[in-house]
Write a protein of this length. Structure first.
Length: 391
């Protein structure tokens, strides 16, 4: 998906916010209908029935008719697709959309192709009931049949054209690399390279902490609370942009250099689940678990593998992560004492010494799995036919 910076005028921004409100309203209304189903009751209305109800509602409500039918109808279609994805097991259950967090709408069909280039740096797009809106022409516009306009928490508008980019071709050298993801080291490769995801600088972290403390003391609904909320969102957006930029560069470099990329098959959603505690039952290491969750999410574990699978489809192999950090990559001896610390690995059997994350990455590259009895066996990674012949 190719995204560009949108620059609307104040009047156009008001129209865009109206589209976002209509799309959010239709999504929540359609979701409420879907959630009313109970066992023994007839099925709730699907997209076709809800689209017919939308036509009746637009004829009865002037404020709804003042908006774009394309925007409102597409929100119902997106909701229907979200439920299909949920029942297909590929996505989580659709949830409610709230103002300030879910600001966006989608345009499809011939209206999505009304795009013009003004000069070398600028272009414009015709948005229904919002006229021509300028956007930054940072690269060539793809041939897309739909686009989505969104507004982030700090007020920036973007337009994203829905396209599926071509995958990066394999180099054909037969090289295999393993990648171990961690908190202290974002990604360690079996080649010995340690990669760190850029985050906030020390001064930015100090300012963020100070702003969060001030925000906690503000009265709800006050202007000061609103200003602090925007300031915090600006720092968070900067951190997110750096992480996404790092992920794009690293995933592209790995897809271009290696034929097969081995990664741990981690259940990140389960690993970052909040530790439950109450006043009566405070739990154990709750604050430590929260810090670990923040570290995992800040290093972009899931996004990195997701982009690798997009850019190198069929060339990313998931390996069982059991005991990969405790197994020696040289002799295969597995023991918890082999890992002296977070960064030091020293095999008790053969004396092999290496960086702990690099040693784990070498096990991942070899497809080394460990059974329940800690019996180590090397399982060669599956490769595509043209990669196997070139190795």
């Amino acid at each position: 998906m190719s995204r560009y910076r949108l620059v609307p005028t104040p009047a156009q921004e008001t129209a865009l916010l109206g589209h976002c409100a209509h799309a959010r309203y239709m999504w929540n209304l359609g979701l409420e209908q879907r959630l009313m189903w109970r066992p023994g009751r007839p099925p709730t209305p699907g997209y076709v029935a809800q689209a017919a109800q939308l036509t009746e509602a637009r004829a009865a409500e002037p404020w709804l008719a003042a908006g774009s039918q394309t925007v409102q109808q597409q929100a119902l279609r997106d909701l229907d697709q979200a439920w299909r994805n949920y029942w297909g097991g590929t996505h989580s259950r659709p949830t409610w959309r709230s103002a300030g967090r879910h600001e966006g709408f989608r345009i499809v069909g011939p209206q999505a192709q009304r795009v013009e280039r003004l000069n070398r740096k600028w272009g414009r797009v015709l948005v229904p009931k919002a006229s021509w809106i300028k956007f930054r022409w940072s690269r060539q516009i793809p041939d897309a049949k739909s686009y989505r306009i969104t507004r982030d928490r700090i007020g920036r508008w973007h337009i994203a054209f829905a396209t599926i980019p071509d995958p990066i071709p394999a180099p054909g050298t037969g090289e295999v690399v393993g990648m171990d993801r961690g908190v202290a080291v974002s990604a360690a490769l079996s080649t010995g390279v340690l990669l760190m995801c850029p985050g906030l600088r020390a001064t930015e972290q100090a300012r963020l902490k100070r702003l969060q403390q001030q925000f906690a003391r503000c009265r709800r609904g006050s202007n000061r609370r609103t200003r602090l909320k925007v300031a915090i969102a600006q720092i968070k957006a900067r951190e997110t942009a750096r992480r996404k930029d790092w992920v794009e560069k690293i995933s592209t470099a790995l897809a271009r250099r290696f034929d097969v990329i081995g990664v741990e098959d981690l259940k990140i959603a389960n690993m970052t689940r909040s530790a439950r505690s109450t006043i009566e039952q405070p739990g154990r290491n709750v604050r430590q678990k929260a810090g670990l969750n923040r570290g995992i999410l800040a290093n972009g574990w899931g996004l990195l593998v997701q982009r690798l699978e997009h850019k190198a489809p069929g060339r990313v192999e998931r390996v069982n992560p059991r005991f990969t950090s405790q197994t020696c990559a040289e002799c295969g001896h597995c023991a918890s004492e082999n890992r002296e610390s977070q960064a030091v690995f020293r095999c008790l059997a053969c004396g092999h010494t290496a960086h702990a994350d690099v040693n784990a990455a070498r096990n991942i590259a070899a497809g080394r799995a460990v059974t329940a009895r800690r019996g180590t066996r090397s399982v060669p990674l599956k490769r595509e036919p043209h990669l196997a012949t070139s190795a």
